[in-house]
Design a protein around this ligand. Structure first.
Ligand SMILES: Cc1ncc(C[n+]2csc(CCOP(=O)(O)OP(=O)(O)O)c2C)c(N)n1
Ligand SMILES: [Mg+2]
Length: 363
């Protein structure tokens, strides 16, 4: 498609924001966020932990011990770096892949596993933990985020509502509606798009004629930025800035984080070799978020192999304990589902049906 000069001018403005390059070198010193050595190490710890968790979750899924799982390896910098810039009182509205962010926002690990298993206890978010459950309907969380941000503004809370979706989500109608509404009401919302290049098997180029997803913010009249999603420092800095913009009353932001998922779409039978080349996989693995951040930290003498080994061991132990705890949850009953779904006003005949199930379940 031939692009007009006007369109070219818009598209050229959306360059990828980067601080740490693939070799682990700082290439944008002025943009470097203020982070203590401890904070830098904590970010690395969380990325390493998340990768181990991903490997364990994949193998538990293969053993039939975990239900739904959408792999996250490759996307750690996007997930961890953005959540790290938030305050615990900010709201997170995640998609199905965004489990690390809600774990670090306060959802206990065993509950994350129970959610994967479709167990109702996985959905009983502890009081005070400001997350919504992962959204499966692509894009639905975007309009909900505008609503949550409206609530925060009305309550005069100096917090933001942050949502995550994918490139596929950015092709949905809800995406435009949510951003448009948030822009119109100048709401404290941050829309994060993890552009991992595919919506299941559909490449981003086939989803939109727009060169970037970030430029879609222009039509909504809000700030948009494209960020290297494999660079945790850039992701953190961009999210922090977006958060500040929101709480200072300067409106919503949309961030497009350029990333890649190494694994399949979910563990339910997707085969990425049917729609991606190994050359493309290799090219993205060279950008690995953990490798580059490790190099950076080692250069600052903040990281060692022994330290990383300890984190790996700790992650494995925590996961084992969390799975054990999840295994100890009571067997899910139909009566549980009825009880937690309805308070007192039930649809016609449901009391009757409940009684029948109770009899069955007590046998
Ligand atoms: C409204 C809707 N349409 C279709 C689906 C089926 N579906 C599940 S995941 C997915 C792809 C989403 O891709 P993207 O937003 O890029 O997120 P990613 O999985 O890459 O993280 C689709 C089409 C759905 N869940 N909801
Ligand atoms: Mg995608």
């Amino acid at each position: 498609m031939e692009k007009t000069k006007e369109l070219q001018k818009v598209e050229e403005q959306f360059e990828t924001f980067q601080i740490l390059d693939e070799k682990g070198k700082i290439v944008n010193k002025e943009a470097m966020p203020e982070l203590s050595d401890e904070q830098l190490k904590e970010m690395m710890t969380r990325m390493v932990y998340t990768r181990i968790w991903d490997q364990r979750a994949i193998s538990l899924n293969r053993q039939g011990r975990l239900g739904f799982y959408a792999p996250v390896a490759g996307q750690e910098a996007s997930m961890i770096g953005s959540q790290f810039a938030l305050d615990k009182k900010d709201w997170i509205l995640p998609g199905y892949r965004d489990i690390p962010q809600i774990y670090y926002h306060g959802l206990p690990l065993h509950q994350a596993f129970l959610w994967s298993r479709g167990h109702f206890q996985g959905g009983q978010v502890p009081e005070g933990v400001r997350i919504m459950l992962p959204q499966i309907i692509i894009g639905a969380q975007i309009t909900q985020t505008a609503g949550v941000a409206m609530g925060l503004k009305k309550d005069k809370e100096e917090q933001v509502a942050v949502t995550y979706t994918g490139d596929g989500g950015a092709s949905q109608g809800d995406f435009y509606e949510g951003m448009n509404f948030a822009g119109a009401f100048n709401l404290p919302a941050v829309f994060i798009v993890q552009n991992n290049r595919f919506a299941i098997s559909v490449p981003v180029e086939q989803q939109s004629a727009a060169k970037t997803i970030a430029q879609k913010a222009v039509a909504a009249g809000i700030h948009g930025q494209q960020v290297d999603g494999m660079d945790i420092l850039a992701v953190y800095a961009a999210t922090e800035e977006a958060r500040n913009r929101g709480i200072e009353g300067n409106g919503p932001t949309m961030l497009e984080l350029m990333t890649y998922r190494y694994g399949p779409h979910t563990m339910a039978g997707d085969d990425p070799t049917r729609y991606r080349t190994s050359e493309e996989d290799d090219e993205w693995e060279k950008k690995d978020p953990i490798v580059r951040f490790r190099k950076f930290l080692e250069g600052k003498k903040l990281w060692s192999e022994e330290e990383e080994e300890k984190i790996v061991e700790q992650a494995k132990e925590d996961i084992k304990a969390a799975i054990k705890e999840a295994d100890g949850a009571p067997k899910q009953k139909v009566t549980d589902l009825i009880d937690i779904t309805y308070s007192d006003q039930k649809p016609t005949n449901l009391d009757e049906q409940r009684e029948q199930y109770e009899k069955k379940e007590s046998k």
